[in-house]
Ligand binder design. Structure first.
Ligand code: MN
Length: 300
């Protein structure tokens, strides 16, 4: 099944019943949103017991058109967004790095950086480089602590497309990747059973019409089970937590007016716009420090 959140705060949820229609499920989760977990997180927590009601709703005539709905990030309020730093060999090489996830571990992006499909990534500075990183992300379904690799897939609710927007330079990753709007996600959260075999998924990322990234998910250095198991050995994973798996070769700079699309087979296609409105000078001086990104390609 494919679920999404909508409304200004993601205070409503729905399940897709066709490519253009959905059925709202918010009523299955009584109680408002203020001061509580989002309906999506509450649905994920109770999912097994809700399946019969969701199935019954999905065949009702209560359909809404998706067109014109104001989408929210599928999980608008994850307790954590955990990310893999260098998890494809070709990306390690393009960044002139000699280490990858098995010596770097994982890092955190601020949960407040999430952005809905169709949203606007706001570049904060005029004097820094910002890159797109197209990634496959997973959403945790059950509380997980010290999970074994062999059991890890049982703790995953589903998958979504994610852009790990990144400022290049020497500042800490948690700073460079946590600006508001730097974690576009969505449009849908697709259940693991519907996504199926992860190895056969292909990811493509396009910036203003140019294909920059193309990879098979099979090429991950640490696959999805290894990532979940490792992350759960560091911190307790909660339903709705997001783990993003890392980006392949092909990162490159974004500029005002760009559009960015990441498309993953059976998971979906996520597009956002880029704006430098209101950008100013960076207060930190890390521009010429840190990992060296590939040179910017000529724009056609
Ligand atoms: Mn990344």
């Amino acid at each position: 099944m494919r679920f999404f959140s909508f409304g200004d705060q993601g205070e409503r949820i729905a399940v897709l019943v066709s490519d253009s229609e959905a059925v709202e499920l918010t009523g299955l989760l009584p109680g408002g949103f203020t001061g509580q977990l989002s309906p999506m997180r509450r649905m994920i927590e109770r999912y097994e017991s809700l399946v019969p009601e969701i199935a019954a709703k999905a065949v009702s005539d209560d359909r809404i058109k998706i067109d014109g709905l104001s989408l929210a990030p599928p999980v608008p309020d994850p307790s954590k967004v955990i990310a893999a730093p260098v998890n494809y060999v070709d990306h390690m090489e393009e960044m002139s790095q000699d280490s990858h996830i098995d010596s770097l571990g994982v890092f955190l992006k601020a949960p407040s950086s999430v952005l809905a499909a169709g949203g606007v990534v706001g570049l904060p500075y005029t004097d820094r480089r910002f890159d797109q990183e197209g990634e496959l992300a997973l959403v945790i379904g059950r509380r997980a602590r010290n999970v074994a690799v062999a059991d890890a897939l049982h703790f995953i609710f589903g998958y979504t497309c994610l852009l790990d927007i990144t400022m290049r330079g020497g500042e800490d990753r948690s700073t460079r990747k946590s600006f508001d709007t730097f974690t576009p996600m969505g449009p849908y959260l697709v259940t693991a059973d519907e996504v199926g075999d992860l190895g056969s998924l292909e990811l493509k990322c396009t910036v203003s019409g140019d294909l920059r990234q193309k990879v098979m998910i099979d090429d991950l250095i640490w696959g999805v089970p290894e990532l979940v198991a490792y992350a759960s050995s560091v911190m307790t994973l909660l339903p709705g937590d997001v783990i993003t798996t890392g980006t392949p070769k092909g990162v490159g700079p974004l500029q005002d007016g760009d559009s960015v699309t990441v498309e993953i087979s059976r998971v979906g296609s996520l597009s956002v716009h880029v704006s430098a409105d209101g950008a100013g000078l960076s207060p930190t001086k890390g521009a010429n420090r840190g990992p060296v990104p590939p040179p910017a390609k000529e724009r056609g």
